[in-house]
Ligand binder design. Structure first.
Ligand SMILES: [Zn+2]
Length: 297
């Protein structure tokens, strides 16, 4: 297992005129693993996407926050990566699966770009479609295998942020893909009981496997403990690393449990739990953001 995080993620610009970021940044983590990031100028969500190659098929987890192939050429980018991977690994009828960590708009917007792509299956965004594609019979905490050919991913359900949220363990890299349930940012627990149950399950799942890195889909924290960038920020020059550790995952679980009884906005050094997104909490988040902005600049 040798991959690299020798990458400076694109992180937006002060103004559109200063923007030198490509619409999609491609980082080759190892021979068969790519991490993509969408430009913050295109979408303040700036999600990360994961493209994993096996012997028989590749899987792309998530399609970003923008539909338009002109401004956000995801299909073309993935085609390019697959072509160059294929040069070193000639295959016949090599398949692409387009799946999602969960079905929020900033993770599925590019789906249509893959509509007409040959040898491609796009997993539906409804819970039923997700369950039937991966073969779940006991949603959510069943663990199902998803074989890319010599690379058998393990997939399990972690609803709470979204009803379709998945966690994926990849034995080739040791990555635990956690979608928007765990990442260095604002963890929105829309269904708090489900969220805490899923984190309990996720920690058990992860502790039984050789997890190297916990990989989410956004960065919203700054390098100052407990401080996030304002909601909607399009320039984040001091981001912490994307990858998180097992101790950090356990901290998220502990933090969620401790605050489960009362909806609120709970900052911790490396993440912020936002549970129960009522109007009150949205206002509290925006006020925190505004206050921090004044404090930082
Ligand atoms: Zn998201």
């Amino acid at each position: 297992m040798t991959g690299n995080f020798d990458v400076q993620w694109i992180h937006g610009a002060r103004s559109k005129n200063d923007d030198a970021d490509p619409p999609i940044q491609v980082h080759r983590y190892d021979h068969d693993t790519y991490i993509l990031r969408q430009s913050m100028t295109l979408s303040h969500e700036a999600p990360f996407l994961y493209l994993l190659f096996g012997q028989d098929r590749a899987v792309l987890f998530d399609t970003g926050a923008t539909e338009d192939p002109e401004t956000f050429p995801l299909r073309a980018t993935v085609d390019q990566i697959m072509d160059s991977w294929g040069e070193g690994n000639p295959r016949e009828s090599y398949e692409l699966i387009v799946a999602h960590t969960h079905s929020h708009g900033d993770h599925i917007a590019g789906d249509d770009q893959f509509d007409q792509r040959p040898l491609t299956r796009v997993v539906g965004t409804e819970l039923e479609a997700v369950q039937s594609f991966f073969g779940f019979t006991e949603w959510p905490h069943e663990v199902v295998a998803f074989d890319l050919g010599g690379r058998v991913l393990e997939v399990t359900g972690i609803p709470g942020h979204h009803p379709t949220s998945l966690a994926v363990f990849d034995p080739a890299t040791g990555f635990l893909l956690t979608g928007d349930s765990v990442y260095p940012g604002r963890l929105y627990a829309f269904d708090m009981p489900a969220f805490t149950a899923s984190l309990d399950h996720l920690v058990d799942f992860a502790e039984a496997r050789p997890v190297t890195h916990v990989m989410g889909c956004h960065i919203e924290m700054s390098r100052q403990p407990g401080r996030d960038y304002p909601v909607g920020a399009k320039y984040q020059p001091e981001e912490p690393p994307l990858q998180m550790s097992m101790p950090q995952l356990r901290e998220v679980r502990t933090a969620a449990r401790a605050t489960a009884a009362k909806p609120g906005v709970y900052p911790h050094a490396d993440f912020i739990i936002v549970s129960g997104m009522g109007l009150k909490n949205i206002l509290r988040l925006l006020i925190r953001s505004a206050v921090q902005r004044l404090g930082i600049r």
